[in-house]
Design a protein around this ligand. Structure first.
Ligand code: ZN
Length: 423
């Protein structure tokens, strides 16, 4: 796409001079270093990729390509330079394995420490880390960033709520790193045990799971903390490639490490800045496993214009869902973010919900379970309202069923909320 055409199409965000320098260095000799890219870019001379148009003509890298490279096919350096691997929690079939060099791990820690700084952490902080350790990137990233910043890490890992709350009090944790659903569970436990005045938390750093406004408000209020969204995925370092700042809920993505594009998930065409679509990421400094135009399946949008905080790192909005989260029921396309909006609009409905989709007697049926404090006739009224709001906003009629607070599952990993039982 010619640059003038890009402007006409509402595309302004593009590789900066600094990013071109990094990208060119990464592309140089890439096909010789990496059999994976030798195959992917067959017939393409990467030395000729010197313009925005040429870059945007490169084929996407898909998660399926990465899976095919199992176990070490993604490596773009000799084995002796690889110091660690991480693996994404593939829900189906072969996992994706990402090799890291020592520099990759250091770069990841630099980015993560920068996230903590944006959230206002200092070496005085005590950081309770509840995401998992091991092959999964989460815990290791939270810890490396914390140590680089000079704060004190409590590497708890997930689960064992009793011990979490004990350590939180005894060590005076000031920062909680968690998934949104585990943060909520801890908030509820603190409330029910009546120990809130012994908790010193002031900030929560929450992994980039899509989560609704209502849940955010509950966690912030019940824990009495400021919340930050951190973004990242195992394929591209892990969590820590961006975070929101004090000024806004949109997340700054570190421009010296990652270049962002937003594309239409169906056509792969770039969408105008500000429009929603699928996030596509290109690493700019990665040695072990560089990724060029990697389709994340995460949905968001570029937030155009400068941020009040003065940072020039470009911003994306809170993740609104995943392209593969979309379900089609009775001819309606439904995204989890829309369901959260319905919940947020319904007085009396709390933040937790679960959707069951079944095929009964020749018809699709969607049942939306939600937590509520209401009982009896009040509950029936909330259910009726929620169904009507759902129909108005999304277009099809659900069966709404209120359940008591605490009845729906909270998990330490990402909570699955939509269950499609039709197939
Ligand atoms: Zn900002």
């Amino acid at each position: 796409m010619k640059l003038t055409n890009r402007k006409a199409k509402g595309l302004d965000v593009r590789l900066t001079t600094e990013q071109w320098e990094l990208l060119s260095a990464q592309l140089k000799g890439l096909k010789e270093r990496s059999p994976f890219y030798a195959k992917k870019f067959e017939g393409i001379d990467l030395d000729q990729v010197t313009t925005q148009e040429a870059f945007e003509a490169l084929p996407f890298t898909e998660k399926a390509d990465l899976r095919e490279a199992y176990p070490m096919g993604l490596a773009a350096v000799p084995q002796e330079q690889i110091v660690r691997v991480h693996s994404s929690s593939g829900t189906t079939g072969t996992p994706v394995v990402i090799p890291y060099t020592a520099k990759d791990l250091e770069d990841w820690a630099i980015q993560f420490a920068r996230c903590y700084e944006y959230a206002g952490l200092t070496p005085e902080d005590v950081v309770q880390i509840t995401p998992g350790y091991g092959l999964w990137t989460a815990g290791a990233g939270f810890q490396a960033g914390c140590e680089r910043l000079g704060a004190m890490a409590l590497p708890m890992g997930p689960g064992n709520t009793d011990k979490q709350l004990q350590f939180m009090q005894d060590f005076g944790s000031t920062v909680l790193c968690a998934t949104s659903s585990y943060a909520l569970k801890l908030a509820e436990e603190i409330e029910s045990r009546g120990i809130k005045d012994r908790i010193k938390l002031r900030k929560g750093i929450i992994g980039s799971e899509r989560w609704g406004e209502k849940m955010r408000a509950r966690i912030a209020n019940e824990l009495g903390v400021e919340l930050y969204d951190i973004y990242g995925l195992t394929e591209v370092y892990g969590p820590g490639i961006g975070i929101n700042c004090k000024a806004d809920s949109a997340m700054h993505i570190w421009a010296d490490y990652v270049y962002i594009e937003i594309v239409d998930p169906d056509t792969g065409e770039l969408v105008p800045d500000g429009e929603p679509g699928e996030i596509v990421l290109t690493t700019l400094q990665k040695e072990g496993a560089p990724l060029i135009r990697f389709r994340t399946h995460d949905l968001s949008r570029i937030v155009p214009g400068p941020c009040e905080c003065g940072s020039e790192h470009p911003r994306i909005d809170i993740i609104t869902g995943r392209t593969d989260d979309m379900v089609k029921v009775k001819g309606c396309n439904i995204f989890p973010a829309q369901i959260e909006e319905v919940i947020a609009f319904t007085d009396g409905a709390s933040s937790e919900y679960q959707v069951m989709i079944d095929h009964l007697e020749g018809k699709d049926q969607l049942t939306l379970f939600f937590e509520t404090e209401a009982t009896g006739e009040d509950k029936a009224r909330v259910e009726e309202n929620l169904a009507a709001i759902f129909k108005g906003k999304i277009g099809c009629m659900p069966i709404a069923k209120g359940v008591a607070i605490g009845e729906l599952p909270r998990s330490e990993k990402k909570t699955r909320r939509i269950f499609d039982n039709r197939y």
